[in-house]
Design a protein around this ligand. Structure first.
Ligand code: FE2
Length: 354
């Protein structure tokens, strides 16, 4: 299977993974042959990429770090928890905690955790999918840092609810497609404080979890908000959620901008934006998040284009690839496989569409 933009789908190819919406319903079932009508349905739901089965991706299997069903249930729960919250009462976090425990169990039961950006994202359901992704990415990072189970539970619960304070921000500001005014941005910043207050007054939410809502926009170099805290003055779980939040936001399409490729976001987090984040957190994060996801295209220094088919452990920039187009963009009839860990003169220049 491989991941393709829906604009380049050829009618008649088979869908390789079921696509759900945030209500838990199935948009399209795995195995269905795609027709123009189905592609239009996906487009209307804000889905821009899907996994397909085809000849060039034969034998490539892309697995999420948690089961599709668990992810789907978590997105539904995030939606229900946020949309049903009543400001006059405390937040019901019991089911969130049960869900976080399930996600932790699945992650810890995974021999080889590798976040492959394998989820199908939808612009329409962004808020809820984002909550789940920040939870998963934060937990993976926490596992890498050696957190015990209690700390992982606090981290996962806070990460899942990190943006709950956005319920207090007017929708017209949150969904504004153009650039925010200074006043509007000041308003958005308050979601950190509102979120902290909502979580703090909820029974059974630890202060560590509540502080993730407060501190996930603080930056290691003091350039964040709401308090411009620096370095270790920002609580560790909030420093972790900050990296997870930025990674997921930048790899997602938004109404006001297109997503970046995982390798571009990786580069931002590890170089351009590195001062914003705790180096220890980045070190753990990048160990478990792929730069070039399986089933996606890469451009080589030879100007050939290839599909990533297998990862080499500890060599994230040198996966095994299958050459699909030659340097003249001629599609290959015989697909040659190259293990980049054994080829020092061939390297990946960028991600690309195939
Ligand atoms: Fe936020």
């Amino acid at each position: 299977m491989r991941r393709v933009n829906i604009d380049s789908i050829q009618v008649g190819v088979k869908l390789a993974r079921t696509i759900f919406n945030s209500d838990g319903g199935v948009l399209l079932t795995k195995g269905v042959e795609l027709k123009e009508l189905y592609v239009e349905k996906l487009r209307n739901h804000g889905v821009s990429e899907v996994y397909l089965e085809d000849a060039i991706s034969e034998g490539v299997y892309v697995k999420d770090v948690i089961h599709d069903q668990t992810r789907n249930e978590a997105v539904v729960l995030a939606k229900n928890t946020m949309t049903n919250y009543n400001f006059s009462s405390s937040l019901d976090v019991k089911n969130v905690k049960i869900m976080v425990n399930s996600i932790i169990d699945e992650l810890l039961g995974n021999d080889d955790i590798l976040y492959n950006l394998s989820e199908i994202k939808s612009v329409d359901d962004y808020t809820f999918e984002h909550s789940v992704n920040v939870c998963i990415l934060s937990l993976i990072t926490g596992i890498g840092l050696g957190f015990d189970i209690t700390k992982l539970r606090e981290l996962g619960t806070g990460a899942m609810l990190h943006d709950i304070g956005k319920l207090c921000i007017p929708q017209e500001i949150l969904k504004k497609p153009s650039q925010l005014t200074v006043d509007e941005f000041e308003e958005i910043k308050k979601h950190t404080i509102f979120g902290y207050e909502i979580l703090k007054k909820s029974e059974k939410v630890s202060l560590v979890s509540a502080y993730i809502a407060f501190g996930h926009h603080e930056r290691f170099d003091g350039s964040g908000y709401p308090l411009q805290l620096k370095n270790e003055n920002i609580q560790l779980c909030a420093r972790i959620a900050a990296v997870a939040d930025v990674y997921d936001a930048l790899t997602s399409d938004r109404v006001y901008r297109k997503k970046l490729r995982p390798n571009e976001v990786y580069e931002y987090i590890t170089s351009l934006g590195a001062n914003h984040f705790d180096p220890r957190v980045i070190e753990s994060f990048v160990k478990y998040v792929t730069i070039y996801p399986l089933g996606t295209g890469v451009l080589l220094n030879t100007r050939e284009r290839a599909l990533v088919i297998h990862h080499n452990k500890n060599l994230p920039t040198r996966p095994v690839i299958r050459i699909v187009y030659d340097d003249n963009m001629k599609k290959q009839t015989i697909l040659r496989e190259v293990d980049l860990s054994e080829q020092s003169n061939i390297f990946i220049v960028d991600g690309c569409e195939l």
